[in-house]
Design a protein around this ligand. Structure first.
Ligand code: ZN
Length: 104
């Protein structure tokens, strides 16, 4: 299905290389500190992206409705289950799932 855009792009699968890259970027930015809830150092990156649904905007009266979402990396504490979300765009990693596909 070449050229066919996958419907669920924001939930793209992250292979080990992609997660390593995300871990490196988070560490560079000081965002891989121990869990703020329980202090555990056992934090893992979910193997899939998630997204934050943004407020729906009506572009104009009677115009089309725009729904948008921001893809996020999900980091979870394996001790207490606290979940942290980091916007892919802010990390400069918007193409990370495409990179993962071309690597695999
Ligand atoms: Zn924790």
């Amino acid at each position: 299905m070449a050229g066919e855009k996958q419907f669920d792009d924001p939930s793209g699968l992250l292979d080990e290389l992609a997660r390593e890259r995300i871990r490196d970027v988070l560490a560079e930015r000081g965002a891989m500190r121990p869990c703020s809830r329980c202090g555990s150092e056992h934090l893992g990156i979910f193997p899939r992206l998630s997204y934050v649904q943004l407020q729906t905007l009506a572009e104009s009266i009677g115009g089309r409705i725009e729904e948008q979402s921001a893809p996020v990396v999900v980091v979870a504490c394996s001790n207490c289950g606290a979940i942290y979300q980091h916007a892919l765009g802010a990390l400069g990693l918007m193409g990370i799932t495409d990179e993962a596909k071309s690597n695999g």
